[in-house]
Structures are given as structure tokens and as C-alpha cells.
Design a protein around this ligand. Structure first.
Ligand code: HPA
Length: 281
């Protein structure tokens, strides 16, 4: 079994951009990229005039392994706007490395994307934010203290993460939720390496540190996107109360089931946000 995460080259990214351009044909270049996590698949189904490209045809993209995750880029329009939707991400818990999505995020930036909308499934630290809730990330805690930029050489690696989650995009998300009568929580997402779920003591620690939700993704891609100059919006779908906050047992199957149940509201919100983005984004 190979566990090393490839370090994609410039040539890999160029070839990936070229392949996506072929798939685009004469459609407009997408300015908005979406990276969909568990339970957010309905957003991909809402894409019109869709053409799919498998990650396997994109040399800068990862090979995916986890059940329940697809591995395709879907090009098309969502809410009337040209988008590139990444269905499936590689997680740091597969390798211990944080840079698995580096080539994919940079490819999107090179293609012309200027905004990255990320979605994930998360555990909630508050009973007032029960399963089915939506949360827009205001900030994150990088608890594993891993970075996808470790091997970068130039000074651009010292990325400023103040307002990593774009305040104007967050305000837009709030307005879109309100217009739909959806409650949108806002809070701090704690990234944990996983793949095991947390202990009750760890969740108490996370609460003390100021976390509102906990999950195993998103943060590496936010760092990569900010490094590539993309504005980032990230949304969590709460699939469970974190360990010890509620009394249910946690499992990956439960996460996927809970995400699927709340997926319709979540996807409608994403669609509304994408439609309402300024052009050029
Ligand atoms: N912990 C970590 N990651 C998760 C959880 C959780 O409770 N729920 C969904 N992803």
C-alpha cells in the first residue's frame, strides 16, 4: 500500500487545466469553484449543462479512497453562474499529510476560479445547534498544526489567515439563508486529523478553545485557496452532536445518513449563494 501523497508539479497542473479547458469547450470559464463534502451531493445534481471529468484524468488531482465520496469535477452552471464543482476531497487522515488537494486547488485557480465555496459535515459542540443545522465558518482552529504549504519555497507561503473566511461572502450567505427562512449559525470550526472520532475530554477541550463545530476536512483547502489568492466561504452541515454533547454513538455511516437527510436545505442554500455572488467574483 502506498501512503505517500504526491507533490504535483507545474506540468501536472498545466495538464489538468488543459483537460478542463477541453471539457469546457466554448462555455464560460468558471469563476466559482465548489468543493462538496459528505451530504452536499444534491448541490452537484442541481448543476445545469453539466459535463464531468474524472479526477483520474486530471494529473494534479488526488486518488480518492473513502466510501461515500465521488471523484469528479463537474463543470456547468449553478444558479445561472459558471461553476466547477469538485465532488470528493482527499483527507489528511488518509496519509497524515495536509497537501493532498494542493494540485486540485491550484488547478482551479489557474483555470480562472476566484472564489472557493467549501462544504463539509461536522459535529456540533452545542445542543442549540443540533443535527441538520447549517453553520457558516467564521474562523478555524488548525489543531493538527499541519500545513499544506510546508514544502513551498518562496515567501508567499507565509499566508495571512485573518479573515480567511471572507467577511463579505459570509454576510452574503447570511442574507441568502434569511431570505429562505433558514437558520444559519456562524462559528469556529476545529479541524482534527481523525479518522477516529474525538473523546468526550477532547470535545470539552475544543469547547474551551472556542470551537463550535468539529470535523476532519476543509482547513487544508482553505489554506491552499488563500495561498492561491481565492476568496473562501465554508459551510458545515451538522450531522451529529459531538462526542459527549449528545449520547448517540458516532459512525461514518451515521454521518452520511444524517447529511443526506438535511442535504436539500443545504444544497438550496449553496445554489442561492452562488447565484447571488458578484461578478467578477
Ligand atoms: N467529529 C469529527 N468529524 C466529524 C464529526 C465529529 O463529530 N461529525 C462529522 N464529521
Amino acid at each position: 500500500m502506498s501512503t505517500a501523497v504526491p507533490w504535483h508539479t507545474d506540468a501536472d497542473m498545466q495538464a489538468s487545466v488543459a483537460r478542463l479547458r477541453v471539457a469546457l469547450g466554448d462555455r464560460p470559464v468558471p469563476r466559482v469553484a465548489l468543493l462538496l463534502g459528505s451530504g452536499w451531493g444534491a448541490a452537484a445534481e442541481a448543476v445545469r449543462d453539466a459535463v464531468d471529468v474524472d479526477y483520474s484524468q486530471l494529473p494534479a488531482f488526488p486518488e480518492l479512497a473513502v466510501g461515500g465520496h465521488a471523484a469528479r469535477v463537474r463543470l456547468g452552471t449553478l444558479g445561472g453562474r459558471a461553476v466547477a464543482v469538485l465532488m470528493g476531497r482527499s483527507h489528511a487522515y488518509e496519509s497524515g499529510e495536509a497537501h493532498a488537494m494542493r494540485g486540485a486547488v491550484r488547478t482551479l485557480a489557474r483555470l480562472g476560479c476566484r472564489v472557493l465555496v467549501q462544504t463539509n459535515a461536522a459535529g456540533s459542540l452545542h445542543t442549540s445547534m443540533p443535527p441538520g443545522s447549517l453553520m457558516v465558518l467564521s474562523d478555524h482552529l488548525n489543531l493538527p498544526q499541519r500545513s499544506p504549504l510546508v514544502h513551498e519555497r518562496d515567501d508567499s507561503r507565509f499566508v495571512d489567515l485573518r479573515d480567511a473566511y471572507d467577511p463579505a461572502l459570509r454576510a452574503l450567505a447570511r442574507r441568502c439563508a434569511q431570505a429562505r427562512g433558514l437558520t444559519l449559525h456562524e462559528g469556529v470550526y476545529a479541524w482534527v486529523m481523525g479518522p477516529q472520532f474525538e473523546t468526550p475530554a477532547e470535545i470539552r477541550m475544543l469547547r474551551t478553545l472556542g470551537a463550535d463545530a468539529v470535523g476532519m476536512s476543509t482547513v487544508p483547502e482553505t489554506i491552499l485557496a488563500r495561498h492561491a489568492g481565492l476568496r473562501v466561504l465554508a459551510l458545515s452541515l451538522v450531522t451529529n452532536l459531538a462526542c459527549g454533547v449528545g449520547d448517540e454513538a458516532l459512525s461514518h455511516a451515521h454521518t452520511l445518513q444524517a447529511a443526506q437527510r438535511a442535504g436539500a436545505d443545504a444544497s438550496a442554500l449553496v445554489q442561492a449563494i452562488v447565484a447571488a455572488l458578484d461578478e467578477p467574483a
